[in-house]
Structure formats: structure tokens, C-alpha cells
Design a protein around this ligand. Structure first.
Ligand code: SAM
Length: 280
């Protein structure tokens, strides 16, 4: 299957949309990275700076960190890593071969941004590629030892892919996990119910996303948790759901934004889940 990167280029600005709210959290390097994004791109449209999704994004990030740490793996591929600092932090604190794959333009900017902020460790590899292209996974796994398991993660990619594209990514991931063993952790376990509740809470975010990328549409959303299980089940995976509220006690943005625990639990994080996918 021939993959054309330009079909996904209108998703690239969403990497800024998700980097900005992290500046309200204690996730290391969030402010430094955002300042460098600013320098790299020049003026950033107000539309891409949506404070009201800070809690959701901090929870998504910390839940994935926790699930990744629980795996205890020393080989990681992060798909669509955008401007996240996770790779930098994990590569520093553990003997981890950490490979990020994002579209070439974002990977290129990310390398320059990190180089301007800090010394990038040799075990962090930032590859320009496409999650739908099987050969780009081969570029990633050349850093790995076949005797060790791999964890593949993503946050904020699946919602922008149609169901055929999601299936293609899943098949690529399955091929890596069949060779190395391991699991796939995705922050994108939310259903249409979450989208509907997000539309009520932060109407501007989905409107902005609709203007930014044609790919943020309801047709790409899962109907229910049963739909996730059926879809990924047919692709050879079991699915385990984790609510974003599992990390509610670790969140710092609610304090900075003056939000109550009830508002965070019952409104901002309701219906949001990450998923852990294992080969059947
Ligand atoms: C919403 S951002 C999320 C970035 C990061 N994971 C975060 O949470 O901040 C979506 C990312 O998906 C990337 N992307 C879109 N299509 C892709 C593809 N086919 N392969 C790899 N990355 C892709 C974009 O360039 C962008 O960085």
C-alpha cells in the first residue's frame, strides 16, 4: 500500500494545540518546548491555545506514563509523538531505546527544538515517518534487541484516522509485537460519548480542530467500548480500558486553573479512557 504523507499534513498543527495546555502542568520541559515552538513557527493563532483542555491532556499524558512504566520495557516506539517531552524524559531516566515517529516536518522541528533546549541523549531517536508505513517501523526496530519486549504508544493519533487507516496502523503494530512481544498503549480510547461531552464543555476545541484538520470528524470516532473490542478484536488484539481519572491525584493543572475535584472528575475527565492492547 502506497502511503502519502501529505494526506496527513493538516493534522500537524494539532501538535501545537496539545503542547500549549501542557504548560499548565508540571510535566517537565512543557514551557521550554512551547517557547521554542513559538520561536520556530512565529506567531501562533489564539485558536491553537485552548487552556480548557489542559486537565484532559495532563491526565492523558500521566496515565500513559504510568502504563508505560508498568510494562518495565526498555524498548519503546512512540507514534505521532508531536512535541511531547516523554521520550526525552524516559530516555534519560532509564536504559531505554526510545524511538519517536512523527511526520517528517514535525520530527525535523522537534529535533531542532530539543537541541535548542538541552542535550538530547543518544538513546532517543526521532524519526520522520508515517504510522501507516510498515517500512518506517523497520527503521525504528533497528535500534532494538529482538530478545527484549517492545511497548508501542500513541496519544492523539487514532481520532484523526479513518477506520481503514486505524486498521493499517494496528497491523503494523501487530507485526512488531509478533516479532518482539510486548503491548500497545493508546491514549485514544474515548468514544463518541466523550466527544459529545467535550463539545458541551469546550465547544471551541472541536470547532477549532474541524477548521484545522478535516480529519477530526465524528465518522472517525468509536461508538462504544464494545466497538473498540470488536474492531481491534478482529485485528488480533484484546483491549483493556483505563479511565483518565486513575491519575486524578497526580494532576497539577486543576490547581493552577482553580478547578474543583468534582468538576475535574465529573466533567473534564468523564468518559475519557486510555487502552492497553495485547496480542490475543
Ligand atoms: C494531536 S497531535 C498529538 C501529538 C502528541 N502525541 C501530543 O500528545 O502532544 C497529533 C500528531 O499526529 C501526527 N501525525 C498525524 N498523522 C500521522 C501519521 N500518519 N503518522 C505519524 N504521525 C502522524 C501529527 O504530526 C501530530 O504531531
Amino acid at each position: 500500500m502506497e502511503i502519502d504523507d501529505s494526506k496527513f499534513s493538516d493534522v500537524m498543527p494539532t501538535a501545537i494545540l496539545t503542547a500549549y495546555p501542557r504548560t499548565f502542568s508540571d510535566i517537565p520541559y512543557s514551557q521550554e518546548i512551547f517557547d521554542e515552538i513559538h520561536r520556530s513557527y512565529g506567531a501562533i493563532e489564539d485558536e491553537l491555545m485552548v487552556t480548557r483542555i489542559a486537565v484532559e491532556l495532563e491526565a492523558r499524558s500521566k496515565l500513559i506514563d504510568r502504563l508505560l512504566t508498568e510494562q518495565g520495557t526498555s524498548q519503546v516506539i512512540e507514534l505521532a509523538a508531536g512535541f511531547s517531552s516523554r521520550g526525552l524524559l524516559f530516555a534519560r531516566t532509564a536504559e531505554t531505546q526510545y524511538v519517536e515517529i512523527d511526520l517528517p516536518e514535525i520530527a525535523h522541528r522537534k529535533k531542532a527544538i530539543l537541541d535548542n533546549i538541552t542535550t538530547v541523549p543518544d538513546n532517543l531517536h526521532i524519526i520522520g515517518g508515517n504510522a501507516l508505513r510498515r517500512g518506517d517501523f523497520d527503521e525504528a526496530t533497528k535500534y532494538f534487541d529482538v530478545a527484549k519486549r517492545v511497548t508501542i504508544i500513541n496519544e492523539g493519533l487514532l481520532r484523526y484516522l479513518d477506520f481503514d487507516e486505524k486498521a493499517e496502523v494496528a497491523r503494523n503494530i501487530r507485526a512488531v509485537l509478533e516479532e518482539f512481544g510486548g503491548v500497545w498503549i493508546s491514549g485514544d480510547g474515548a468514544t463518541k460519548q466523550f466527544r459529545n461531552s467535550q463539545n458541551q464543555r469546550v465547544p471551541s476545541v472541536n470547532t477549532t480542530l474541524m477548521n484545522t484538520t478535516q480529519r477530526n470528524n465524528m465518522g472517525n470516532a468509536f461508538e462504544s467500548q464494545a466497538h473498540f473490542e470488536q474492531f481491534f478484536g478482529e485485528l488480533g488484539f484484546t483491549v483493556e480500558f483505563h479511565d483518565y481519572t486513575e491519575v486524578i491525584n497526580e494532576l497539577t493543572s486543576p490547581g493552577r486553573l482553580g478547578l474543583s475535584e468534582d468538576e475535574v472528575r465529573d466533567k473534564l475527565l468523564s468518559y475519557a479512557s486510555a487502552i492497553v492492547l495485547r496480542l490475543k
